[in-house]
Design a protein around this ligand. Structure first.
Ligand code: ADP
Ligand code: AMP
Length: 215
C-alpha cells in the first residue's frame, strides 16, 4: 500500500506510522526524521535544514523533494511506503504525483489525522524522543517504562528543540497556511480519508485500520 499521512505537527502521524509500517510491511519514511538524522551528524544538509526547522518554517521544496525522490527510488519502497510529514506543500504533492507516475504506480490514500490545535499543544509540550532510535513517547499519554529512558534501546530521552512553545505556535501557523490545503488537493483527487485523531493512540490505530480496510 502507498500512503501519505497528513495532519498537523503532533497529530500522531509518526506514532501511527510505526504501527502501520509493521502491519503492512512497508517502510515508514519521515522527512522530519531524515532532517534530524542529518542535523545530529552535522552534514551540510542538516546545517541548512536546522535554520528553517528551528524557526518553525519549512525546508525549501527543492531540497525536500530531492530527498524523497531518492528515498522512493530505493528497493524497499517497491511494494509500498508510508510517507509521514511529506508532502507539506502543494508543489511537494505535485512532485510526488509525478514521481509516482514515473514509477508507474498510484498513491492509494492520503489519510488526514485530525486533531484540534489545543490538543496539539498538549501533545507537543509533552513529547519526548529517543535520539538514538527515534522512538516517540509522551510524558503523560505514552510514558516510557523507565522514567526518561527509551524502552527499546535505553538511551536518555530528549525534548525536540522545535517542540518548545514559541516554535510550536509557528509550526501550527505554517501547517494551517501551507499544509492544510493538501486536504482539498487529495479530496479533489478522490484519495482522501479522514480519521479523528483525538482519542487514545490505540483507538486511532483501530480507526485507521478500519478506513484503510486492513484486518
Ligand atoms: P506527529 O508525527 O504527527 O508530529 P507524534 O506521533 O510524534 O506526532 O505524536 C505527538 C505526541 O503526541 C507524542 O508525544 C505522542 O506520544 C503523543 N500522541 C500521539 N498520538 C496520541 C494520542 N492519540 N493521544 C495522546 N497522545 C498521543
Ligand atoms: P516533523 O518531524 O514532521 O514534525 O518535521 C520537523 C520539521 O522538519 C518541520 O517543522 C519542517 O521544518 C521540516 N520538515 C519536515 N518535513 C518537511 C517537508 N515535507 N517539507 C519541508 N520541511 C519539512
Amino acid at each position: 500500500m502507498r500512503l501519505v499521512l497528513l495532519g498537523a505537527p503532533g497529530a500522531g502521524k509518526g506514532t501511527q506510522a510505526v504501527n502501520l509500517s509493521q502491519k503492512l510491511k512497508v517502510p515508514h519514511i519521515s522527512t522530519g526524521d531524515i532532517f534530524r538524522y542529518n542535523i545530529r551528524n552535522g552534514t551540510p544538509l542538516g546545517k541548512m535544514a536546522k535554520e528553517y526547522i528551528d524557526k518553525g518554517g519549512l525546508v525549501p521544496d527543492e531540497v525536500t523533494i530531492g530527498i524523497v525522490k531518492d528515498r522512493l527510488a530505493q528497493k524497499d519502497c517497491s511494494n509500498g511506503f508510508i510517507l509521514d510529514g511529506f508532502p507539506r506543500t502543494i508543489p511537494q504533492a505535485e512532485s510526488l504525483d509525478s514521481v509516482l507516475l514515473d514509477m508507474g504506480v498510484n498513491l492509494d490514500y492520503a489519510v488526514d489525522i485530525f486533531v484540534p490545535d489545543t490538543e496539539i499543544i498538549r501533545r507537543l509540550s509533552g513529547r519526548r524522543v529517543c535520539p538514538a532510535c527515534g522512538m516517540t513517547y509522551h510524558i503523560h499519554f505514552e510514558p516510557p517504562e523507565k522514567d526518561g529512558a527509551c524502552n527499546g534501546c535505553g538511551a536518555a530521552l530528549i525534548q525536540r528543540d522545535d517542540d518548545r512553545e514559541a516554535t510550536v505556535l509557528n509550526r501550527l501557523e505554517t501547517y494551517h497556511r501551507q499544509t492544510e490545503p493538501l486536504i482539498g488537493y487529495y479530496k479533489a483527487k478522490g484519495r482522501l480519508l479522514v480519521v479523528d485523531g483525538q482519542g487514545k493512540i490505540d483507538e486511532t490505530t483501530v480507526k485507521l485500520l478500519k478506513v484503510l480496510g486492513i484486518k
